[in-house]
Structures are given as C-alpha cells and as structure tokens.
Design a protein around this ligand. Structure first.
Ligand code: ADP
Ligand code: F6P
Length: 350
C-alpha cells in the first residue's frame, strides 16, 4: 500500500526503526546526518517545519545540517551545522531562515548527479525538502541517486494534489482577506467596482477562499474561467440594479490581466473600476497557529521517516491524518477545486 497513516507508537525515542523488524534495515544503516532545505516560493510556517526537523532529529541523536537557498545553495555547498539553538525564535517568523531559491539548472540530470555527490561529501544521508511539487521533483531525483529524501508540502497555493493542506495557505488567505476587507471599504465608499488579484499560480484556492471570506460578487478561477468577460459585465450591471454599492471581483493570478480587465469593465459598465494586485505581501508575515502546528508536525514526521530508513516519500495531510506517500504516486495525483464550495460562493453573491 502506498499510503501509510502515521503511527506514533513505533516512532518513540529510543525504539528501533520499524523496518528493523521487517528485516529491511538495521541500526548500522540508520541515517546519521539529515540535511534540510527550503525550495521554491517561501511560505509562512516553513520555519516551524525546519525547527521541527532539527529538534526531532537532534532529540534522537541525529546530526542536522541546514542547506541555504534550496537546490542552488546545495550546488554551491552553502551548508552549515544546525543546533537546537540555531532555530530559536524562528517559529513565529515569516519567510524561511534557510532562504530559498528557484534553481532551473537543477532539472538537468548531470546537475542532480553533482548534488547527490555533494550530499555524500558532506555526510548527508537523509534530506528533507520543504517546498511545492516542483521541489518534490527535485527530491525524487535525489532519492533516485541514493540520497534518502522526504518532501514536506510548503506553499501558499494549496496546489499539491496529494495533500489536503500545504504549509502557508492559512496565513496567506488571512493576509489576503484582511487586505481585501480594506479595499472593500474604499470600494463601497466610492460605489466602485474592484478587481482584486490574488496569488496561486495556476490554482484558484486562494481566490476561492478569499472570495467566500470577503463576500465577493464574482470569483474568477483558472480551473473554470471561460474568458467570456461579457458574463462578468452583465453581472456587474445586474448587481448595480439590485442596489449593490460595490462589486468585488476576486481574480486569480492564473487568469491575471487585472489592470486591462478593469479598464474594459469601466468602459462597458460606466462604473469606476480599479484593479489591486495584492502580490508578494500574501507570502509574508508571522504564520498563523495552523501553519505553525502543521509545519511542526509535518517537519517532525519527515525526520521520523528518515530515521526509519524511508526515502522517496512525501508527508501529507489527508482526511484528517498525517500520512506519508510515495513521491512518484503523489506527483501523479490530481486535485480539483471543491465544487460545492464554488456553488456556495455563487449563491452568496445575490
Ligand atoms: P515549487 O516547489 O513551489 O513548486 P518551483 O516549481 O519553482 O516551486 O520548483 C522549485 C525548484 O525545484 C526549482 O527551481 C528547481 O530547482 C526544482 N525543480 C522544479 N522542477 C523540477 C524538475 N522537474 N526536476 C528537478 N528539479 C525541479
Ligand atoms: O508558489 C507561490 C507563489 O507565490 C505563487 O502563488 C506565485 O505564482 C509565485 O509563487 C510567484 O513567484 P515569485 O516569487 O518567483 O514571483
């Protein structure tokens, strides 16, 4: 079975890894040094995950090395020893204390070979990669080259198919929600239409959640948008006739073009229309309780999996449980926007 529900009983301090009983691994093979890196877009709660990897591993006698700037830092050997104090005061901080990067050359097989060699050179026999599904593809390649590797889902976009939750989403939607409330105040005062663009890359989760939480009149979701702007224009005209004082449109980044859209809508409806692109402020700030807790539990589970001798797995949260899945299978999964939430959002906009 590819999916394994997290069992705490066999993972307590001082106990042998459960694969020992299966004959799959003995203590001599146990990882001695775990590396940890963050990759792709930063997300609030990544620090909680780093801290958990460090402290869980140290508490079980495993050394931990921090790798700065994701795969780029690995290739540049930006590698430092981490102690329990290295991660002090990090749980409440936004961003990632290990820094992050997008490293396109890491997609090349010869570069992946070099990265695996660098891990071996530094004695890193287990690696935790905190990031999105792009980062998991890199992790998969390192696992294929003999470095025990575990992925932890960290992205504000909530777009990792295998997991119901990704670290950073809750903070990001709360930050966006607060910002949209402020735009709404001025939009109502001027009786305007506002197009507010939120992040999410090709996914509409942030847009959908903010659309519901901010009471938007329209939500443009990349998964469903048919590029028929006339429908939106008719809606705006209809709502004004119904007495609505503003018209809030949440536009997902995957659709984009908010500024030109605002110009066209103003010309077609005669209503003053403004575009606001929230941008990178959605990625910053102190993580919410949820992101700190998910970050901590997922980071600790990743360390435990390495200690058990596992590799090529990702940590996920599914149907109320923390689980781990094979990376290949996790990356092959697909997830759809929850249809019922989309219908409810529409019903609220009358
Ligand atoms: P995310 O991890 O949030 O999805 P990206 O898609 O930008 O963000 O991926 C982060 C990094 O992961 C990339 O810059 C690259 O270093 C690595 N990566 C992405 N795709 C691959 C791939 N197909 N093979 C190897 N590494 C990859
Ligand atoms: O994946 C997180 C994310 O913020 C996406 O929502 C967005 O498309 C992208 O990263 C922006 O990336 P960058 O910070 O490189 O502009």
């Amino acid at each position: 079975m590819f999916r394994e529900k997290h069992r705490t009983r066999k993972r307590q301090k001082g106990m042998s890894p459960d694969r020992t009983a299966d004959g799959g691994m003995d203590m001599a093979e146990q990882v001695k040094t775990i590396g940890v890196l963050t990759s792709g877009g930063d997300a609030p709660g990544m620090n909680a995950a780093i801290r958990a990897v460090v402290r869980k591993a140290l508490s079980q006698g495993i050394n931990v090395k921090g790798i700065y700037q994701g795969y780029r830092g690995l290739l540049n050997e930006e590698i430092v020893d981490l102690t329990a104090r290295s991660v002090s005061d990090s749980i409440s901080k936004g961003g990632t204390i290990l820094y992050t990067a997008r490293c396109l050359e890491f997609k090349r097989p010869e570069v992946q070979d070099r990265a695996a060699e660098i891990c071996r050179k530094h004695g890193i026999d287990g690696l935790v990669v905190i990031g999105g599904d792009g980062s998991f593809r890199g992790a998969q390649q390192l696992a294929a080259r003999g470095i025990n590797t575990i992925g932890v889902p960290g992205t504000i976009d909530l777009d990792i198919a295998c997991s119901d939750y990704t670290i950073g989403f809750d903070t990001a939607v709360n930050t966006a929600m607060d910002a949209i409330d402020k735009v709404r105040d001025t939009s109502t005062s001027h009786e305007r239409c506002s197009i507010i663009e939120v992040m999410g890359r090709n996914a509409g989760y942030i847009a959908l959640w903010c659309g519901i939480a901010n009471g938007a009149e329209d939500i443009l979701l990349p998964e469903q948008y048919d590029y028929d702007e006339q429908i939106l224009i008719n809606n705006i005209i209809q709502n004004r006739k119904r007495g609505k004082k503003h018209h809030i449109v949440i536009n997902a980044e995957g659709i984009g073009h908010s500024t030109s859209m605002a110009r066209r809508i103003e010309a077609a409806t005669g209503l003053e229309t403004r575009a606001t692109i929230l941008g990178h402020m959605q990625r910053g700030g102190s993580p919410t309780c949820r992101d700190r807790v998910y970050g901590t539990v997922m980071g600790a589970l990743a360390a435990d999996l390495l200690i058990e001798g596992k590799s090529n797995r990702v940590v996920a949260f599914r149907e109320g449980n923390y689980v781990d899945l094979d990376i290949d299978e996790a990356l092959a999964m697909q997830k759809n926007l929850p249809e019922y939430m989309v219908r409810v959002a529409k019903a609220m906009a009358i």
